[in-house]
Design a protein around this ligand. Sequence first.
Ligand code: PLP
Length: 392
Amino acid sequence: MDANATTPLLPEVVEAMRPFWLEGFGNASSIHQQGQHARAAVDHAREAVAGLLNCRAAEVVFTSGGTESDNLALFGLLGPGDHLITSGIEHHAVLHAAEALVERGIQVTFLPCTAEGLVRVSVLEAALKPNTRLVSIMLANNETGAIQPVRELADAAHAVGALFHTDAVQAAGKLPLDVKALGCDLLSLSGHKMYAPQGTGALFVRRSVRLRPMFFGGLHERGRRPGTENVAGIVGLGKAAELARAGLAGDSSSGPSAQSADALAGMRDRLEQGILAEVDEAGVNSGAAPRVANTSNLYFDHVEAEALVIALDLKGLAVSGGSACQSGATEPSHVLTAMGLSEARSRASIRLSLSRLTTEEEVDRAIALVPAAVERLRELSPQGKHLLAVSS
Ligand SMILES: Cc1ncc(COP(=O)(O)O)c(C=O)c1O
């Protein structure tokens, strides 16, 4: 239950990619037939991603993943003297890129969020300046699943002539990603959060937006991202985009074993209710915010999340404490801290994230395992012993 860290490949994705490693391989820039075959496959995948985003194929730039897409959006647009507005709950791919931009003479404002983990439009409006060139706010938060009011935020940015970028990495396949409805000028995707391979991704760049490349080399991706295309990976991303689009449209042919977003939300709610019915001094972080269907961030007071993650792992349940990208770090989650959680409660929070392949039986198992592990850890902790002594 750690699908926000990475998702498995759907079988259809593997099947689509297989020939491009074996008999059908080629460099998409080659003139011969193998090259043409690879080029056609890349073009087809570009159309599929454009179909998911409701944009033109030429507006899709293939990258190596969400981190590169975020960096390309920010570094590709901003120069000395520009003002960037982002938020304190962004993924490190945006936060650390923004910090690096400060060193290059870009002014950066990090917006706060509400206790539910939402960025308010009025807060953005108050921070806009005449030199604000870009606003970058994520669509769905990777730790809490909270869905940001991107359309309203984009409108506010456009009202002063700024561009709007959204990191939609954790929203792909979970929410409609129509860039016209969302009103964004740039949008990041990552393959391995949407059942395509790790090391694949895309950046939507509206046609009117001029982007400087971060790398220099050939003229691939219309000069915006040089380097020989990862043909098999791009084909996988295209297939995953097709499946995501069909899944959102409620098309049951979107994969025999894949759950729909509605089914996932039902499983996630059952999981939360099942666990919280058995544990006291526990709750849902961002529970009152609109959330993507698969994500649940739970706190269990008087428990160290790291110990809980290990205890559950030993029982065969994979979950995450804070975000997986910072595992090993001893700092509490920057997202939960920005929401105003105490350090103790941030350190007592874990994330369970379901995939489209999660089964009802697995939910049952988690409902049995999590309360038992929490109870055991509370018994072992000095704080927990104290609580038991008081209550007995
Ligand atoms: C919201 C968000 N943005 C960006 C990324 C980075 O994507 P990638 O792992 O493809 O570099 C992640 C990965 O966890 C993410 O959750």
